[in-house]
Design a binder for this molecule. Structure first.
Ligand code: PLP
Length: 394
């Protein structure tokens, strides 16, 4: 079927979509309705941790769908308890609240910090966030985000999110006041173009927040579940945050997110937090399948190995075409194109059956499946090499 055969105008127009309808996916590959195949280095923006329709997730969903899809979050269900304990026993956090999107998990983190502030810090509610941060698209998470251009959208803003500069600890100290309750940070700012917080900065931030009796919230929606080569991004810095949010990769493509907190901070009273679909058996069964796969011996080492291979391949490509630095960690990487050709590269690549992402006009971001093949990395690099050579000649 062609695009014109589909009533696409019935979808609300919230983004410029290319004229393609995807109908099937397997591993690192997608197929459109006309039978064309695409090598996918976007994977739903780092969502498909194990690639498209991975066997472990498909099997878990099929079994769970035939067993129990939803029994209401007002009851315990087996898979949500199993997933919460898998997260808790492999992280710095004791308790988990499941959500349906990253923004909802972050909204929950903001609520939890404000609740803790009301109980322990005289009603302090401000959460320091960072320039260019991205925390989601609900009203509070848009206010917490510092995406250029968002400051004037959907007024009035939810108050309480003073701004600091990434990797500048003095700017955080300046942003902290009497009403501050927490600092929220992405270990690597993904949407901003893969901008890592340095280890020294994350450690200084942990020290500063402890000294000032503030909560440290890590938004690991993009960096969590093995994306950077450790289960969670904060592990690279050897710190223990108070609150963590997860999304994207945790469901392997199925809508699932999580708000995780230490016992000391888990202060919601009955009725403070909830939601119809939260922690449903179907989504958390997918989450268990993803976590069990990522925790299997050797998997995370494989992510690190693939990340190094991709980074080295990108660095060689960069040297051939006069590009800038490769940044990021594990399989969340970006290359500085040194020119505003990102959109053009993405379009030409798509025409050649390669899906790439350009989060900034001068950068490409790579977030393939965590089990991407080395041959698939070579293939992506080969196509990109040809495209850059052609654009260089223009
Ligand atoms: N936080 C970070 C760091 C993200 O990268 C994203 C999505 O890109 C979100 C929050 C929002 O997640 P969702 O789109 O699932 O609401």
């Amino acid at each position: 079927m062609k695009l014109s055969d589909y009533p696409v105008h019935t979808l609300m127009e919230v983004t410029a979509r290319p004229p393609i309808v995807f109908v099937r996916g397997a591993g690192s590959w997608l197929w459109d309705s006309e039978g064309r195949r695409y090598l996918d280095f976007v994977q739903g923006w780092a969502v498909n941790a194990l690639g498209h329709s991975p066997e472990a997730v498909v099997r878990a969903l099929a079994t769970q769908a035939a067993t129990l899809i939803n029994c209401s979050p007002a009851f315990y269900n087996e898979t949500s308890v199993r997933l919460a304990s898998l997260i808790s026993s492999n992280s710095a956090f004791d308790r988990v609240f499941f959500a349906n999107s990253g923004a909802e998990a972050n909204e929950g983190a903001i609520k939890l910090a404000r609740k803790w502030g009301s109980l322990h810090k005289g009603g302090a509610y401000e959460i320091v966030t960072f320039e260019s941060a991205f925390h989601g698209r609900t009203l509070a998470t848009m206010a917490a985000s510092k995406k250029p251009g968002w400051d004037t959208l959907f007024e009035p803003k939810v108050p309480g999110f003073p701004t600091a500069t990434l990797n500048d600890i003095d700017s955080v100290a300046r942003a902290i006041g009497d009403r501050t309750v927490a600092v929220m940070i992405e270990p690597i700012q993904g949407e901003a173009g893969v901008m890592p917080a340095t280890t020294a900065f994350l450690r200084a931030l942990r020290d500063l927040t402890r000294e000032r009796d503030l909560l440290l919230i890590v938004d690991e929606i993009q960096t969590g579940i093995g994306r950077t080569g450790t289960l969670f991004g904060y592990e690279h810095a050897g710190i223990r945050p108070d609150i963590m949010t997860l999304g994207k990769g945790i469901g392997g493509g199925v809508p699932l997110a999580a708000l995780c907190a230490t016992d000391a901070v888990s202060c919601f009273a009955h009725g403070d937090q909830g939601g119809t679909f939260n922690g449903n058996p179907l989504a958390t069964a997918a989450g268990c399948a993803v976590m069990e796969t990522v925790l299997a011996p050797g998997f995370l080492e494989g992510v690190t190995e693939r990340g190094r291979y991709l980074a080295a391949s990108l660095a060689r490509l960069g040297a051939r075409h006069g590009l800038g630095d490769v940044r990021g960690q594990g399989l969340l990487l970006a290359i500085d194109l040194r020119r505003d050709i990102g959109t053009k590269v993405v379009e030409v690549a798509r025409d050649r059956g390669l899906l790439l992402n350009s989060p900034r006009p001068n950068a490409l971001r790579f977030m393939p499946a965590l089990n991407v093949g080395f041959d698939e990395i070579d293939r992506m690099i080969g196509t990109l090499d040809e495209i850059l050579a052609e654009l260089g000649r223009e």
